[in-house]
Design a protein around this ligand. Structure first.
Ligand code: HEM
Length: 423
């Protein structure tokens, strides 16, 4: 793609798209244009049933307002408070790996375990004690997301979203069921506060959203529900893919696997469970995670629409033009990363100063990933616990077939052979 030139326009059906690959311009665009650019009508339409007007799809002043409500839930002590859920859920995942080994299997498809684990973690983080109901909601949301993807193929036909087709009827009833369950949880929290049984709406993500919105006098329940759906959508599959690809890379590179294991042993002693202070000291693990996100970025493109005329350096972007930042192509560019751009080499992240605009797994600027610190904490805890308990190698049954559909997935999964380590 980068061979087509540094900037070029191409047509996606009837929509012209400007592809931006110059790192200086990308940096400037992402840092300065967060309120004058945003999600297109098509993007919002395609996702409105399963995430609605949540942060990911919000634009302009709505986005700015929502970002300020949501951001505190992912920072400081609140963020640290989620670590316990991450450790507990990972212990359960390790137990099910052990059960698989005890039943005579020594090979597992690790992607399945990671997908279930990250769903469990976000479910507990969002809904605390209402966790089982949360899991049911998320299951319905997954079905809803698939149906929306199927229905969106017909979005180009005018009026198709109003047809009472099979998909549209199913989407409507799934959406109603999700919102009914979410309202049940929210209502019972509100009742507890009103009758004086509790002082706040709770310390989980949902409770924090309700508390923040009440403080700012804007308790909009539809928005609370949309944010809950957004966190699940934005934070579950992305992290599962990061973990799955990292295990694949470490299983194929035993020397890096051992280096990371030694680091974990030195820093976390024998427990293999990193404390919050220890997480920031796991520098080799962090380099491996970065390299994994460079090679297999869970978000492949950053799509935006210009809502006003924008002047970026010498580039004039007219209002209404779509802008695409091709993260995958930038992360694999030999010009930006050198001749070994397609190889696994975590050493390239030894220095913390990378050219801005060339490493964008979480985007950058004010509209970057609000869950970045959460995702990195989660990934480090899970990987540290897994690596200190098992050594793993890539199975002969693994076929390397990354498929690109919005995200980058291993088509046939990632099969690894596990060996318990002496403790
Ligand atoms: C490895 C894991 C993750 C990756 C690679 C990732 C990546 C990204 C990227 C690239 C964006 C910007 C999208 C764009 O501008 O088009 C984004 C936005 C967002 N992410 Fe993440 N994400 C991850 C995990 C999470 C988690 C765990 C959560 C929450 C629990 C989360 C919540 C969000 C939200 C709400 C936004 C929208 C922010 C805004 O528009 O202001 N993400 N993420």
């Amino acid at each position: 793609m980068l061979d087509a030139g540094k900037r070029f326009v191409y047509w996606n059906g009837t929509e012209p798209r400007l592809c931006l690959t110059e790192t200086e311009l990308i940096k400037e665009f992402l840092s300065k244009c967060s309120t004058v650019s945003g999600r297109s009508w098509q993007q919002r339409q395609g996702s409105k049933h399963f995430i609605g007007g949540g942060l990911l799809m919000a634009n302009a002043q709505d986005w700015y307002h929502q970002r300020h409500i949501v951001a505190p839930a992912f920072a400081g002590d609140r963020l640290k408070g989620y670590a316990g859920h991450m450790v507990e859920c990972t212990k359960e995942m390790l137990q099910s790996l052990q059960n698989a080994l005890d039943s005579g299997r020594n090979e597992v498809e690790i992607g399945e375990y990671m997908t279930k684990l990250t769903a469990d973690i976000i479910s507990r983080t969002e809904f605390g004690t209402s966790y089982h109901k949360g899991k049911k909601i998320f299951h319905l949301l997954k079905v809803l997301q698939t149906r929306c993807a199927q229905a969106s193929r017909h979005l180009c036909f005018p009026g198709s979203r109003y047809f009472p087709s099979k998909y549209n009827r199913e989407i409507k009833s799934l959406k109603m069921e999700v919102e009914r369950l979410l309202m049940e949880i929210i209502q019972s929290r509100k009742d507890c506060v009103e009758i004086g049984r509790s002082e706040s709406y709770g310390s989980d993500l949902l409770g924090m959203l309700l508390n923040e919105m009440e403080k700012k006098n804007s308790l909009d329940l539809q928005l609370v529900m949309d944010e809950c759906k957004t966190f699940f959508f934005a934070g579950h599959e992305t992290t599962a893919l990061l973990l799955t690809w990292t295990v694949m890379l470490l299983a194929s590179n035993p020397s890096w696997q051992q280096k990371v294991r030694d680091e974990i042993k030195t820093i976390c002693n024998d427990s293999g469970i990193p404390s919050l202070d220890q997480l920031s000291k796991l520098t080799l693990l962090h380099m491996v995670i970065n390299e994994s996100m460079r090679l297999y970025p869970p978000a492949l493109v950053l799509p935006r629409m210009a809502f006003e005329d924008i002047l970026l350096g010498d580039l004039y972007i007219p209002k209404g033009l779509s802008i695409w930042i091709p993260v995958l192509a930038i992360h694999h560019s030999e010009k930006l990363w050198g001749k070994d751009a397609n190889e696994f080499n975590p050493d390239r992240f030894t220095s913390k100063s990378y050219t801005p605009g060339r490493f964008l797994p979480f985007a950058s600027g004010p509209r970057n990933c609000v869950g970045q610190a959460f995702a990195l904490m989660e990934a480090k805890i899970i990987l540290a616990m897994l690596i200190s308990r098992y050594s793993f190698t890539i199975s002969d049954n693994y076929h390397h077939a990354p498929v690109v559909v919005l995200t980058i997935k291993p088509k046939y999964g990632v099969q690894v052979c596990l060996k318990p380590l002496e403790t």
